[in-house]
Design a protein around this ligand. Structure first.
Ligand code: ADP
Ligand code: MG
Length: 654
């Protein structure tokens, strides 16, 4: 049926998972005098009169309905059941949406006749598409429930099901579609959501078990004492702990699969450097894969600093690296594998001699995806190790779900001596004040970011754009300090050049789009002004403001809301004023924008849960994670049958 296709209901499983949006409780009858336009309501009373109309454009049948408090009209544009059954004096219950046309109406309400009809107390209301009625949808789910009564294979552990008062998997699907009461509906819905999370988690667990069973490349970890001795400051406790976890990983049998999470500025790069050095000093090349050219350069410079005391060469390879340099890098890597190669996707090209890869560090893995990662590491045996670094904090529930195949390390202490960043929301009348404040900071030798959401002004939008702002700033009082423009469609080499000038202080004011989001590490930058801040996601804003206050100095972040900023958006911005904890911010962002946005838009391999909602179902995720995962063999046999859950998505590596 065409309408079912539109709702993506292709199989029995699809229909079972198409849970009601909500329920109408038929026992919750609304008196007619309390009806309001637009309300979806159940009314119960008597038919006062019935009029049948001739051919024409108007309704075919209208009936005047009343209870003790008032009356409304029931309108039917087609003859036929159930309207044809209506007769004066009859007792009926009608469910429908209240419309207003010469008084209150219900158009094509659902009708139940008699005092004690056997209609269910809880009426499910499904998401529909035009041409499909609630009644048809209910008949369909009824028949699917009937057909599957003896054939639904159990999935969740039996005690989890019985604890919610259900006897079987089929029983909670029944409860989700045909509940006895609202509480039963909620409990059943949660079990359906848990199934979905449980299956996905078990798949990741299977991937993880499979990974661990492979032979990992044995590396000799660099002595932590020697490493600390080479640094300008002592490692934080968290950095030390995570380095030890990594040392353990690369010496134990399976290959390392670890995710490093930490707030902006928690010092993830040092940990990456420690891993790279361990690999290189053991005689195997370490590769660091960054999502952008700017970020690759940034890593390159940091890693050069960390590696030079150990005499380990670091090479930078990006899309913009010219041919002769490429040849040099290839030769250098072939003759000396004890090296670190940093770059963008270019490092994955066939000509790059990575046959003795010991470790792959993936920065901001969410732009790569699980399946892609496994592909990079496939082929060579014993397997290289992998370290994934997430640039933004990921809420726990998301990390457990999407990175369930990785071991997790959290850098939960900040290096000492960081300044405080104060965030405030700027009202239009305060803009002048912010401007003079910026000039004052520039006088002090500090540097300033101005961030705009879009690069070019489009006629349709009134968004202030970076290019226009750049012209204004350049010709104004701040121009004297040197200004630069940075945006996404500049050539990579230009971006690197501007970033470099800013870092060296040749320009002090950087007008930019969100390309500075990751990677820029300029200790003298202390002020950031973000225009149209309400257009950004919270995690993104948090990441942006992490670019200031990286030296010991205090820093300021000014959020300038756009003109049409809604009260809700304003409320969201206040989260940033009230906390500097990236995990708290990410949690709020997840609620406001959903997992796809929080993890990055170009997500690969995220299952589309149909029922589970990661923003709301954190409790269920935790329950599912405490259950024993479905064993690998069972996952294999279940997958073909349960694949309908993921809209045909290929699950990683199984
Ligand atoms: P992020 O986790 O955001 O990638 P970085 O690795 O870029 O953080 O580190 C942020 C800044 O903190 C860098 O300037 C780095 O040199 C500095 N840093 C890192 N670890 C320490 C430490 N243990 N003590 C002092 N400063 C540190
Ligand atoms: Mg970083």
């Amino acid at each position: 049926m065409e309408q079912l296709e539109k709702l993506s209901l292709h199989t029995v499983g699809d229909v079972l998972l198409h849970l009601p949006r909500r329920f109408l409780d038929r026992r919750m009858v609304t008196p007619v005098n309390l009806l309001r336009k637009g309300m979806e309501a159940v009314v119960s009373g008597r038919i006062v009169s019935v009029s049948r109309h001739g051919r024409g454009r108007g309704p075919a049948i209208t009936a005047l309905f009343s209870d003790d408090t008032g009356s409304i009209t029931l309108t039917f544009f087609r003859k036929g059941f159930p309207a044809s059954k209506l007769a004066e004096g009859m007792r009926v219950t009608a469910c429908g949406t209240v419309e207003e046309y010469r008084g209150f109406n219900m158009v094509h309400p659902e009708l139940y006749f008699g005092e004690d009809s056997d209609a269910p107390g809880m009426l499910p209301v499904y998401r529909l598409t035009s041409g499909l009625t609630q009644a048809a949808m209910r008949r369909l789910t009824d028949s699917v429930l009937e057909a599957t009564a003896d054939s639904l294979e159990e999935l969740l552990p039996a005690d989890a099901v019985s604890r919610e008062g259900f006897s079987s998997r089929w029983d909670y699907y029944r409860g989700a579609h045909r509940p006895e009461d609202p509480q039963e509906a909620l409990r059943a819905r949660d079990l359906v959501a848990m199934e979905e999370l449980y299956l996905y988690r078990s798949v990741l667990e299977a991937v993880r078990t499979g990974d661990r069973a492979l032979e990992g490349l044995p590396l000799k970890p660099l002595s932590l004492e020697r490493f600390s001795g080479s640094l300008p400051w002592p490692l934080t406790d968290a950095q030390e702990r995570v380095c030890l976890e990594i040392a353990e990983d690369i010496t134990s049998p399976g290959p390392m699969r670890r995710l490093i999470q930490g707030d902006v500025g928690s010092g993830k790069t040092v940990v990456a450097a420690y891993s790279c050095l361990s690999s290189a000093l053991s005689g195997f090349t370490a590769a660091v894969l960054a999502p952008t050219e700017v970020l690759a350069c940034q890593h390159y410079w940091s890693l050069c600093g960390f590696c030079s005391p150990f005499d380990v060469p670091v090479h930078l390879l990006t899309g913009g690296t010219p041919g002769n340099l490429r040849r040099e890098i290839a030769e250098a890597l072939s003759s000396r594998r004890e090296a670190v190669l940093v770059g963008t996707h270019a490092i994955l090209e066939d000509w790059v001699p990575l046959d003795s890869l010991g470790l792959l560090v993936i920065d901001e893995q969410h732009r790569f995806g699980v399946a892609q990662r496994e592909k990079l590491l496939a082929g060579s045996a014993p397997r290289p190790h992998a370290l994934v670094m997430s640039a933004t904090p990921i809420p726990r529930t998301l990390a457990m779900t999407f990175y369930g195949d990785l071991d997790l390390s959290v850098l939960d202490t900040m290096p000492p001596g960081r300044g405080k960043t104060e965030t405030s929301i700027v009202s239009p009348s305060e803009k002048g004040g912010v401007f003079s404040f910026m000039l004052q900071r520039l006088e002090e030798g500090e540097r300033v970011f101005l961030v705009y959401p879009l690069r070019e002004a489009s006629e349709k939008s009134d968004l202030k754009d970076a290019a226009t702002a750049y012209e204004v700033v350049r010709s104004g009082p701040m121009g004297a300090w040197g200004t630069g423009l940075l945006h996404g469609s500049m050539a990579p080499s230009e971006k690197v050049e501007v970033t470099g000038k800013f870092a060296r202080g040749e320009i002090r004011v950087l007008v930019s789009t969100t390309v500075i989001e990751v990677g820029i590490d300029v200790p003298e930058a202390t002020v950031m002004v973000i225009a149209n801040a309400d257009r950004f996601g919270l995690s993104q804003l948090h990441q942006l403001r992490g670019r200031v206050g990286r030296g010991g100095r205090n820093a300021w972040c000014f959020l300038v809301p756009g003109e049409g900023c809604s009260p809700e958006a304003m409320e969201r911005l206040r989260v940033l004023v009230s906390t500097t904890d990236g995990f708290v911010v990410a949690e709020k962002d997840l609620r406001a924008r959903g997992p796809g946005q929080v993890l990055g838009t170009a997500q690969h391999g995220i299952p589309e849960f149909r029922v589970a909602d990661l923003a709301e179902d954190g409790g269920l995720v935790r329950r599912v994670n405490s259950m024993e995962a479905i064993p690998l063999e069972r996952v294999r046999s279940l997958l073909p049958k349960e694949r309908w859950r993921y809209g045909g998505m290929e699950l990683p590596g199984v």
